[in-house]
Design a protein around this ligand. Sequence first.
Ligand code: IFM
Length: 447
Amino acid sequence: MKLLLPKDSIMQTSKFTFGVATSSFQIEGGADKRLPSIWDTFCSTENKIKDGSNGDIACDHFTHWHDDIEMIASLGVDAYRFSISWPRVIKQDGSLNQDGVNFYLQILNKLSEKNIKAFVTFYHWDLPQHIEDNGGWLNRETAYMFRDYVNLITQAFANKVYSYATINEPFCSAYLGYEIGLHAPGKVGKEYGKKAVHHLLLAHGLAMQVLQKNSPETLNGIVLNFTPCYPLTDKKEDVVAAQLADDHFNQWYIKPILDGEYPELLDKLPQEERPEIFENDLTIISQPIDYLGINYYSRAIYRSDDKEQFIQEVPLNVPLTDMGWEIYPEAFTELLVSLNEKYNLPPVYITENGAAMPDVITDGVVNDIDRVEYFQSHLYAVNNAIAQGVNICGYFAWSLMDNFEWAEGYLKRFGLVHVDYETQKRTIKTSGSAYRDLINQRHIKSE
Ligand code: IFM
């Protein structure tokens, strides 16, 4: 089964970047060679991870990184997006852990040998546990510790990186981690969520200042996830409910970065839910960025509710992925176009898009047609947004390989490559071959 490149699209030229993405905790393992992170603690807490698993070994990329990069190269991608494990590269006293840094330097060198651009994310949720013990993202000090970590690493990685992202999906860290407790560190309380967001965004702004100084030649930005909010009906109260959800879950993260202010909703929040905002914070947060990374998987539907204001509907009778997320590529186009209308967007990279599917491996083959279809419809959706004037420069499939899917453990598979967790054998799925052929098609066309 084939993936087709949209006709007459920039996607057919080498100006468009195609890549694959992963993150440190989800693939690395090698947990005994670094400090503990909040995800180690969360995994060892009863009933937090569906299959009771952890990230101690994961895909053992810590051992298999060399072959994994050969595999990435065999897919013909232009770029590889991965994250740095903060607890691997920084010691408890704040100094550099050279062994940890060397692990990433070998990866960066190998990528450069293969002519693959390195898109490096500094924070994909694995906060060192000792920093959480001091309040984690509820403590303003954490933002400054993040800045210092970025400062040391940018010096250590000099000239080896193509692009830096400060933070991946602050929504997940703040809301899932500090408000509803589905993710590490598992805190629950409305009074925590927006405080954590503010410190995450402050950390982003402070890190951008460091990047401008230490690494002005790289493409520097942040990665935000969006779940577009649709009303259940066109009744006014449902429309208002969906807009409110959108302010809380989407606009809350992008508006301070691009407009230097939070949505008006800030003034309506009860005092205990408001973050403490210092005088220059929003100026720091709204430092210019070279690009915006956008992650999209699905949409959500809301209806009004007297008590909760808005309630998310469970999708019924619609196509779903194995996560239970609705497959709705139209929302991807609408999201990109609406963000472009609302904001003065910098160049955009789709830094994650993909689907968990109920894969079966038979005689060494994973014929994941459903995932190929997902990619095809979403690539068209991105192309439709490009056709409507959105400046999109690249697309990263989530994920290179099956990995630790957070609270779902190893039960959900998002990879283009199947991982047998017993043997660590990698098998390229039908979707992986289709992605490779799509990229090769483009190379032939642009010659
Ligand atoms: O696996 C995650 C990734 O770490 C962040 N974005 C969403 C993916 C799928 O849930």
